[in-house]
Ligand binder design. Structure first.
Ligand code: F6R
Length: 236
């Protein structure tokens, strides 16, 4: 694992966007695994700037997101589809039909999960997977558990995740209790993993995940098994 520490969120975000832009320039038809949450917002801002000012094009790439809240349509302001539209898709030249986010309103969520995995397999995995890390060490919405789940699946969100994500909703009661998340196989299939995180609490989780045992109780620890992981961390 390669670890890079930055003073500011802006510096970290510029480094993450630079790594993504490098792949996009070398292979315009690349497949990017994307994340939501606070951590990648600066990365998306910088990518949008590079599109605007430097002609960075997303026209030929495909994106596959990690997760979506169960029950939220893409028009809901807190859905992850909406987040991606707002922070990246509407600001660059990406083709919407090449953007994949699990459908939180699928009539049959299990079938949606299976179809999501089938697509990921067809694509051959992503070239780069952008990740954040949850306060409990989750990646995607793979919460601490007794086992690692390889497949895309419906998950009960941990109380700490519901509490952490309540900052985006009117109240904690409004946070969906379930989500669809890519499983560990989908994440590990990626050729390269780029994890972005900020602040002392996340730093502690990262240290535990990469220096302790590989355990589903700390989901990010599975990244020890991947051969190309870069962690970008900022102090603020
Ligand atoms: C989001 C996701 C989550 C977040 C994590 C950290 O698509 O998969 O694992 O990356 O909850 O969120 P922030 O960055 O908001 O602290």
């Amino acid at each position: 694992m390669e670890f890079h520490s930055f003073k500011t969120f802006e510096e970290m975000s510029a480094a993450a966007a630079g790594a993504i832009a490098k792949i996009l320039r070398a292979r315009p038809e690349c497949i990017l695994g994307l994340a939501t949450g606070s951590s990648p917002v600066g990365t998306y801002d910088e990518l949008a700037r590079m599109h605007r000012e430097e002609g960075l094009s997303f026209a030929r790439c495909t994106t596959v997101n990690l997760d979506e809240y169960l029950g939220l349509p893409g028009t809901h302001p807190e859905s992850y589809r909406f987040f991606m539209e707002k922070h990246l898709f509407s600001r660059v030249d990406i083709r919407r039909e090449r953007t994949f986010v699990p459908d939180g309103t699928a009539a049959d969520p299990a079938a949606e999960c299976a179809a999501y995995d089938a697509r990921l397999e067809r694509l051959g995995g992503t070239d780069l997977q952008l990740l954040g890390i949850g306060p409990d060490g989750h990646i995607g919405f793979n919460e601490p558990d007794d086992v690692f789940t390889p497949q895309t699946h419906v998950v009960d969100l941990a109380p700490s995740t519901i509490e952490a994500n309540s900052r985006f909703f009117e109240s904690e009661a409004d946070v969906p209790r379930k989500a669809l998340t890519m499983g560990m196989r989908g994440i590990l299939l990626s050729r390269r993993i780029l994890l972005v995180a900020s602040g002392p609490a996340k730093r502690k989780r990262i240290d535990e995940a990469f220096s302790g045992p590989v355990t589903p109780r700390l989901p990010a620890s599975i990244l020890q098994l991947h051969r190309d992981v870069t962690v970008l961390w900022s102090e603020d």
